[in-house]
Write a protein that binds this ligand. Structure first.
Ligand code: PEP
Ligand code: MG
Length: 568
């Protein structure tokens, strides 16, 4: 009988296949204590196991991009002295044996990471879990089950899949996967998106409900797994898959085209990135540039504030990779839900409205100047632009520009080159910056709308609060009017407005945003071709008419209905 299970959408698309139930070997942990004399050799054995795992990571045969990413992430986590110090202390001070010391340390690390507010860091818990399994296998001499050789058309169902399980999976055979555990921003989900493989996570206990071998349909767009589907369902999904394949083939031919509307307006379709790996992918996907480089990851992945030189190298590499194409780098947007291990933030009632982003940077000028110097120096190598986040007062922008001017003078004295026409823009993501847009545009070279925050502040709806998630809609007419106002103000001043919030990557919204006058879209790389495709097929004047009607609505639900209808 057909059974349908629901989960979180980790990666979109459809798959039909046979279920392969993946269960991990049970690991019995030896709980005995050790004698004083064995302390040193016991710790050496754990170190050997860790080194052997690191060596394995460094010698992968023909690794894929995903495997390289995981290997680098794991090597970095294993370098954290806190990790080995904790294991050592458990062995040497508490006389725990190697297995127990490793097991307890991993559990503690997983617990610490899972308790963090930041979604990205929270998901690093699964990387620690993964490391725990891999090092424990080495300690116990177990050969792990692997997913590299499976029957064709397999849909993997498992309690969890670690990032390395996912990266090592037989891509020819696996058509999708669904797991009981896991979040949408886990490495496992990110790999599925990179592989363009439909996947579901957070399915509850589906792995205990299937036996393996059943026929199944995985619908990553709706977030469902259909086990033992009817013939009609199979037929329906076979035709959806056919359409999907045809669409992907067509989009491949579009990704490198210029996105010009039928009536001649050229729109930039760019990507948001957090590191060089993301940029490689964005370039492969045909980006016209980068609309947002979130530099905070550079700080979050470090054990101390990155030096000017360290930052310069990254910004220079990214700038050079893009050649003449624009690279918009956002200055440090830390605070709120994004903390740093090595910097003590004040305890605040409301950190999202607190000491963060440009407020912190202007207060800690040495930190800000280090980043600005690295940015101004890197501007010599291409089309780099600086973007200041979270501004609410004109003097925040003016002070930032003054610092940049001071740096330019210093560089002139040193004889160091930089781009004399370096653009400095702002993220429009607070109500104050919308209302004062006409004043900001006197000093800013461009605007980029950060809808993730703009929507939360315009509607007073916390972007991460599940209880009111239904109220968080970018289609709320108040948000659309704010967007329109900001774009109009920039155009009147002869400047341009882009969008780097997630709304820009919502392909349902492309025509509406085009009609509101947006000049640049910047979102996930995976969406570039589809956005370009829509723009190429649209006429600006028609979309302007539609957008006028949309912002004249009273209800969000009416706008949403209109948009669905209009996109058909
Ligand atoms: C935004 O607020 O829309 C944005 C792009 O920034 P972040 O999501 O990093 O806050
Ligand atoms: Mg923001």
């Amino acid at each position: 009988m057909t059974k349908t299970y629901e989960g979180l959408k980790a990666s979109t698309g459809y798959a039909i296949g046979n279920i392969y139930l993946f269960t991990r070997e049970e690991i019995e942990i030896d709980k005995s204590t050790i004698s004083e004399e064995l302390k040193a050799s016991e710790f050496e054995k754990v170190k050997d196991a860790i080194n052997s795992y690191v060596e394995e990571l460094s010698n992968l045969e023909n690794p894929t991009e995903a495997q390289i990413n995981i290997a680098n992430a794991h090597k970095e986590l294993l370098q954290d002295p806190y990790f080995s110090d904790t294991i050592e202390s458990k062995i040497k001070n508490e006389l725990k044996n190697k297995e127990q010391a490793l097991d307890e340390t991993i559990r503690e690390m997983v617990e610490i990471m899972s308790a963090l507010d930041d979604e990205y860091l929270k998901e690093r818990a699964s990387d620690y879990q993964d490391i725990g399994y891999q090092v424990m296998y080495k300690l116990k001499g177990i050969k792990p089950k692997d997913l590299s050789k499976l029957e064709k058309q397999s849909i993997i169902i498992s309690k969890e899949l670690t990032p390395s399980d996912t990266a090592n999976m037989d891509k020819e055979a696996v058509v999708g996967f669904a797991t009981d555990l896991g979040g949408k921003t886990s490495h496992t989900s990110i790999i599925a998106q990179t592989l363009d493989m439909p996947a579901l996570v957070g399915m509850g206990d589906v792995s205990t409900k299937v036996a393996g071998g059943e026929k199944a349909i995985l619908d990553g767009n709706k977030g469902i797994l259909i086990v033992d589907p009817s013939d009609e369902e199979l037929e329906k999904y076979e035709s959806l898959i056919k359409e999907q394949v045809e669409k992907k083939e067509r989009l491949k031919t579009i990704k490198d085209k210029k996105a010009i509307t039928k009536d001649g307006k050229h729109i930039e379709v760019s990507a948001n990135i957090g590191n060089i790996e993301d940029l490689k992918l964005a370039i492969e996907n045909g980006c016209d540039g980068v609309g947002l480089f979130r530099t905070e990851f550079l700080y979050m992945e470090n054990t101390n504030f990155p030096t000017e030189e360290e930052q310069f190298e990254v910004y220079k590499e990214a700038t050079e990779m893009l050649g003449e194409k624009p690279l918009i780098i956002r200055t440090l947007d830390i605070g709120g839900d994004k903390g740093l291990d090595y910097f003590k933030f004040p305890v605040e009632e409301n950190p999202f409205l607190g000491y963060r982003a440009i407020r912190l940077c202007l207060d800690k000028e040495d930190i800000f100047k280090t980043q600005l110097r690295a940015l101004v120096r890197a501007s010599a190598y291409g089309n780099l632009k600086i973007m200041i986040p979270f501004v609410v007062n004109i003097d925040e922008l003016k002070s930032s520009i003054e610092l940049i001017e001071e740096i330019k003078k210093d560089l002139d004295k040193e004889g160091t080159s930089y781009n004399k026409d370096l653009d400095v823009g702002i993220m429009v993501e607070t109500s104050a910056s919308i209302i004062m847009a006409d004043k900001f545009i006197k000093y800013a070279d461009f605007f980029s709308i950060g809808t993730n925050d703009l929507t939360q502040y315009t509607l007073a709806v916390d972007r991460g609060n599940e209880n009111i998630a239904h109220m968080y809609s970018n289609y709320n007419p108040a948000v659309l009017r704010a967007i329109k106002h900001v774009i109009d103000v920039s155009h009147e001043a002869g400047k341009w407005t882009g969008m780097c919030g997630a709304f820009a990557g919502d392909t349902e919204a492309t025509k509406l945003l085009l009609g509101l006058g947006l000049d640049e879209f910047s979102g996930s790389s995976a969406k570039i071709a589809e956005i370009k495709d829509t723009i190429l097929k649209s006429s600006l004047s028609e979309e302007e008419e539609f957008a006028k009607k949309a912002i004249d609505q009273e209800l969000t639900s009416d706008v949403e209905k209109m948009v669905i209808e209009h996109n058909k």
